[in-house]
Design a protein around this ligand. Structure first.
Ligand code: HEC
Length: 197
């Protein structure tokens, strides 16, 4: 009798240990946290976009995630907005951060002979005038599909020289889509011809 009790107690402890290990490895907490983190990135993304977003026919969650990647991680504004900050809003001068909304991601920053491009959607709604396929190809391969000089030829391909495509190219498809979806939702910067449908 005594032996049976000890056995079942041991078995109980063993089961509990295994169960705790399982909970730690695959537990509902882990999954719940991932979902919450995902949600929180979307929420932060939507709240930190420096420009109003046009969400018509857009996937709101993707736009939010894209904004998080662009505005909290990617640093696209630093190179693609000229100047990146509004008058009196340059954090590098100790001022409260205020992004240059009027020129947001409109390009035109010179890095020696290389000039950053306008990433905002054109009148057809295409960011930088690129379809998703061409956008993703540019981000992943650095190929300048527009062949805008000066380009430095490598073998027979023109490669973007300043743009950190070797970094961004590592993004998974969902994140790449999210960046594109966000760029689709921001206001067009440029002439009436570029922007008016
Ligand atoms: C270090 C500066 C820098 C950063 C940061 C940067 N870019 Fe660029 N990007 C450039 C420059 C400069 C060019 C064009 C010329 C070149 O690189 O040779 C360019 C080109 C591009 C192009 C090609 C557009 C076209 O017309 O073909 C795309 C798309 C692009 N950038 C997207 C992005 C996105 C999205 C981000 C943020 C996730 C980003 N860039 C961050 C500097 C930058």
């Amino acid at each position: 009798m005594q032996q049976t009790h000890t056995k079942s107690a041991l078995l109980g402890v063993l089961c509990l240990t295994l169960f705790m290990g399982y909970v730690r490895a695959h537990g509902p907490d882990d999954e719940a946290e991932t979902a919450t983190e995902h949600e929180s990135r979307i929420r932060i993304g939507l709240s930190i976009s420096p420009v109003p977003l046009n969400l018509v026919k857009k996937n709101r969650a993707l736009v939010g995630l894209g904004s998080y990647i662009v505005n909290a991680q990617g640093g696209c504004n630093d190179c693609h907005t000229n100047p990146p900050f509004a008058e009196g809003g340059d954090p590098f001068l100790g001022q409260p951060k205020h992004i240059n909304q009027a020129g947001y991601l409109g390009g035109g920053v010179a890095f020696g002979p290389f000039v950053s491009r306008n990433l905002t959607p054109n009148r057809l709604g295409l960011p930088a005038g690129l379809t998703y396929e061409r956008f993703a190809e540019t981000m992943r391969t650095g190929r300048d599909l527009k062949n805008i000089p000066p380009a430095v030829p490598s073998e027979d391909v023109n490669l973007l020289q300043v743009m950190p495509w070797p970094v961004y190219g590592e993004m998974n498809d969902r994140d790449m889509r999210a960046v594109y979806e966000y760029l689709r939702a921001i206001p067009c910067v440029g002439s009436a011809t570029r922007c008016t449908p």
